[in-house]
Design a protein around this ligand. Structure first.
Ligand SMILES: Cc1cc2nc3c(=O)[nH]c(=O)nc-3n(C[C@H](O)[C@H](O)[C@H](O)COP(=O)(O)OP(=O)(O)OC[C@H]3O[C@@H](n4cnc5c(N)ncnc54)[C@H](O)[C@@H]3O)c2cc1C
Length: 472
């Protein structure tokens, strides 16, 4: 089938308004948030039903044209980037098919925006726990395909831990209905887990059964000052014990991170009177209105202060104050931009190795590039540190970014020595392909390639991600 014939076929499947081919119409699907990557797709198809997705995929397969699935396009590793492929955008698959408070599940289509899902659960007195800075625009299909983490992973796990069933359109166009709302289902291989984190390389997720939880009705938040990451680990262990493992968030931030947020973000101020080397933003929550959560929280902080584990702390006295404490952490990537380019490393190591990682990576980066500024922060409760490095003052940003991969190799070598991961949250996409090959054993890569070949023998499902040629 010629390209012209394929485009005509796609138009008849999704309707004229939902097949975009003009560059201006495709802009939001091409551009990535930070302007690091830019794609050039053949077209963008916007199917409105699973059946339409299936027909689009079958038509592309028949024409031998590859597909890139795309949700909210907030991914940070170029996984949704298309180069001659047809982007299948899931934004019109946005229905909540059912919500069952009694069995704590909801079934949603892939294009539902994460925030809308959270709000719908909340209206039913339930919690859907995935939460991240991009939740106003990322979609659940993208969250599943990147196995998203976010701020509540410590308590509720990643996307993988919160998915019970999936509906997927396979690379040949067949629909797999695995929408079973079952916690227990030991009937052979766990196929749904293949698609979670597959970054669109094995099929298009069109719907999912999500796990819900009782809605928290109490929330206690504190911003604590500490001497070191070692003290943060001691605080984490105490928090888990004192709360009966009800720590919803535990975010570590270095002084320079706090300085960047309070200097550049409008309305954000330093909640403490003095400056300290490290900070932890932590939160306990409870779904039980009778539980004396405030007493537990104050007791935990008081003991930590008395024992010298923390140096000072501020407790949020209102939702507004909680919001402003969270802005220091959540909007930090935005604040970083005011000091120029930032080279990002989204890594994880065993929790106990966080201090060693930060110490060694900081020293190695400063030796590699004197004048640069490591700004480590992140979900320390999960061992996940965003080891971001701000450029040296006065260096042109383009020049700084030419050092991205050489610097990353230095950081990732340390991560590897500590048995960590070079991509804790964001995935591999196209940007980190060389690291997958460098840091994963051949037997692991071989298993992945065999799974890919079995499900997508024509290599038409997001061929550039995971196994494609590394981006220049
Ligand atoms: C401000 C900000 C904060 C962020 N915070 C976090 C964070 O805390 N934790 C975290 O893990 N990530 C975070 N991210 C990264 C990003 O938001 C997540 O990776 C998100 O899950 C991507 O969802 P999306 O709908 O935008 O997917 P997209 O960017 O559209 O796609 C991402 C990948 O998934 C594939 N894909 C998308 N939809 C489907 C589908 N239906 N079926 C099959 N494949 C599909 C794409 O092909 C691509 O490979 C953040 C990003 C930003 C911009």
């Amino acid at each position: 089938m010629s390209q012209t014939a394929l485009l005509a076929a796609l138009k008849s499947i999704v309707g004229e308004a939902n097949l975009l081919t003009a560059a201006a119409d495709m802009e939001t699907y091409i551009n990535e948030e930070r302007g690091l990557f830019r794609g050039s797709p053949l077209a963008v198809a916007r199917p409105g039903t699973t059946e339409e997705v299936s027909e689009v995929v079958a038509a592309c397969a028949a024409a031998g044209v590859a597909i890139v699935p795309q949700g909210g396009n907030t991914g940070l590793v170029g996984g949704g980037l298309a180069d001659g492929e047809v982007i299948v955008a899931t934004g019109r698959l946005n229905r909540i098919r059912s919500l069952n408070p009694e069995d704590f599940t909801m079934t949603v289509e892939a294009g539902c925006v994460l925030e809308d899902i959270r709000n719908a659960a909340e209206r039913a007195d339930r919690l859907f726990p995935l939460s991240l800075g991009a939740q106003g625009s990322c979609q659940i299909g993208g969250n599943i395909s990147t196995n998203v983490g976010g701020i509540n992973t410590l308590r509720y796990g990643t996307a993988r831990d919160n998915i019970l069933g999936l509906e997927v359109v396979l690379p040949d166009g067949r629909i797999w209905n695995g929408l079973r709302a079952l916690t227990k289902d030991n009937t052979g291989y766990s196929l749904r887990n293949l698609f979670v984190g597959a970054e669109g390389t094995l099929g298009i997720v069109t719907a999912a059964v999500l796990k819900l939880y009782p809605k928290p009705v109490q929330m206690e938040t504190a911003f604590c000052a500490l001497e070191s990451p070692e003290a943060a680990l001691e605080l984490l262990a105490r928090a888990r014990r004192a709360s009966g493992d009800q720590v919803a968030a535990f975010e570590l931030i270095c002084r320079d991170g706090v300085r960047q947020s309070v200097t550049y973000l409008e309305g954000v101020t330093d909640p403490l009177d003095a400056e300290y080397p490290w900070y932890v933003l932590t939160e306990f929550t409870s779904a039980n209105p009778e539980e004396p959560l405030r007493d537990t929280f104050e007791g935990f902080l008081g003991d930590a202060l008395e024992d010298g584990v923390i140096l000072d702390a501020v407790l949020a006295e209102s939702l507004e104050q909680r919001r402003s404490l969270w802005r220091i952490r959540e909007e930090l990537p935005e604040a970083e931009k005011y000091e120029g380019g930032s080279i990002k490393h989204d890594i994880s190591v065993p929790v106990r190795s966080i201090p060693e990682f930060i110490r060694r990576a900081t020293a190695a980066v400063l030796e590699f590039m004197p004048g640069s500024l490591p700004v480590p922060f992140g979900h320390a409760g999960d061992g996940n540190i965003h080891f971001n490095v701000t450029q040296p003052k006065g260096m042109p940003v383009e020049e700084f970014f030419t050092h991205w991969h050489p610097m990353s190799r230095i950081v990732y070598d340390i991560v590897d020595e500590l048995n960590g991961s070079f991509s804790a949250e964001h995935g591999v996409g196209r940007f980190k392909i060389e690291y997958l090959e460098r840091y994963r054993p051949e037997v692991e890569l071989d298993m992945m390639r065999r799974i890919k070949a079995a499900l997508d023998p024509q290599n038409t499902m997001n061929p550039g991600a995971l196994f494609g040629p590394p981006l220049e």
